[in-house]
Design a protein around this ligand. Structure first.
Ligand SMILES: Cc1ncc(COP(=O)(O)O)c(C=O)c1O
Length: 423
């Protein structure tokens, strides 16, 4: 494909657009319910860590030279050991804390891990199963790499295992392929905010075992839980062969672009090979800062921070219940998002946002981008696969960034504008 300068650009540039969430970042609004920006970051802790490091670096120039240098692609061993300990102690991931630290690797954000895993597994035409709707940061790279994305129905508990089983069966018949990958965000999903029960986690694990499918468990919101946590699917993967488990510091620490993962060895080796060509390594200085955080401060930071997110969620849910017109919202027990679907199927949340919400200082993410731009969906009765259709009458509302007061005020305003439009 040639552009106006005559450069011959790759084909994907003509059908992949800038991420809708990224493009929304340009708007500076009073009522921000857009991207999953953490609003509660323990900035004092990070200021202390950096002040302490500045003294240490002045006293120890060898340490400074090492920390300001290149390092291993998969992460510095001292940082991986710290992460391994947290994964064992808190998340109960079945690795030996002391000896298996090299099962843990880091990437530049878990986004890079998602991309590199897709890059490692997918040849054009391969099939991937995701919930409907699903995190667009996974969907778009999957489509870009030529995957056939097959979306499966969800309810208020997330993806439905029986439907996954149906999707695999129909994928074999229709595409002649067993899917390569099942992608889920089990704890407070993005975008719906739903959490998979242990029963569903076990069922999904069993399905992937039976059909030899890699289960990609994206646990971005696992530490941001308002009630009891459900054990990770990875806890079922005793010999580290079935589940690629991803975590991120972005939601539980700060957006320093560090994701961490425990992947089956064969997948990990290829993902790190890929990462080696993508960025050579993750900045050592950033690993040092996070090493301090994860070894000394995270427990207190979560104890202080999570209840504040809960308060923001409650402010949003209450205002939605009071002021939104007819529709359904999800009822998350953690994470950053509530999902809302209008009772009016003609409502277009994208058009409404441009025309009404943004001029009124309000931002959310319209629902359509959480469906693949080109893809397939399982029909509701589970009997067929049809081209994927985005549900434009939906929206994702993020409660992580604005304070509770701003949320209450903004959601009232949004609810009244919506009611005027469709109520
Ligand atoms: C479900 C999910 N996975 C992955 C990411 C990427 O996170 P990061 O690259 O900041 O680690 C996000 C970011 O919002 C997310 O919501």
């Amino acid at each position: 494909m040639a552009n106006e300068r005559g450069y011959s650009l790759a084909t994907w540039t003509s059908f992949i657009e800038e991420s809708q969430i990224r493009s929304l970042l340009k708007y500076k609004v009073k009522y921000y319910f857009g991207g999953g920006k953490p609003g509660i970051i323990p900035t004092d802790i990070f200021a202390d860590i950096m002040a302490d490091l500045s003294i240490r670096y002045k006293e120890d120039s060898k340490l400074a030279l090492d920390d300001l240098n290149y390092g291993p692609t998969g992460g510095q061993p001292w940082f991986l050991k710290t992460l391994a300990k947290r994964l064992c102690d808190v998340r109960k991931i079945p690795i030996n804390c002391e000896d298996d630290w090299d099962h843990v690797s880091i990437t530049n954000g878990s986004q890079q891990a998602l991309y590199a895993i897709l890059d490692t597994l997918i040849d054009p035409g391969d099939v991937i199963i995701t919930p409907s709707p699903a995190y667009l940061g996974f969907l778009v790279p999957a489509v870009k790499l030529g995957a056939r994305v097959l979306t499966v129905n969800t309810d208020n508990e997330g993806i439905i295992p029986e439907q996954v089983e149906r999707a695999i069966h129909l994928s074999k018949i229709k595409f002649g392929k067993v899917p390569d990958l099942l992608y889920v965000v089990p704890d407070s999903d993005n975008p719906k905010g739903t959490t998979l029960s242990m029963k569903r986690r076990q069922a999904l694990f069993d399905i992937c075992e039976n059909h030899n499918i890699l289960l990609l468990e994206d646990s971005a919101y696992a530490e941001i839980q308002f009630k009891n946590t459900v054990k990770a699917i990875k806890t079922l993967d005793k010999d580290n062969t079935r589940v690629a488990y991803l975590g991120t510091s972005s939601k539980e620490a700060a957006v320093l672009r560090v994701g961490y993962s425990v992947m089956p060895d064969a997948v990990r080796d290829q993902v790190l090979k890929d990462k080696g060509y993508l960025d050579l390594c993750t900045a050592t200085l950033v690993q040092r800062i996070l090493d301090e955080y994860y070894s000394k401060y995270i427990d207190q930071a979560m104890k202080d921070g999570v209840p504040k997110y809960k308060e923001r969620y409650e402010a949003m849910a209450k205002a939605m219940d009071e002021f939104f017109p007819g529709g359904d919202r999800t009822d998350p027990t953690g994470g950053f998002f509530i999902w809302w679907k209008s009772d009016d199927p003609k409502f277009d949340s994208s058009e409404f946002m441009e025309r009404v919400a943004i001029p009124n200082d309000l931002l959310y993410v319209p629902g359509a981008p959480f469906y693949p731009i080109v893809g397939h969906q399982l029909t509701e009765d589970g009997n067929d696969i049809i081209p994927s259709v985005p549900e434009a009458d939906t929206m994702r509302l993020g409660f992580s960034y604005a304070t509770s007061d701003v949320i209450a005020e903004g959601i009232e305003k949004l609810g009244k504008l919506l009611t005027k439009e469709i109520g």
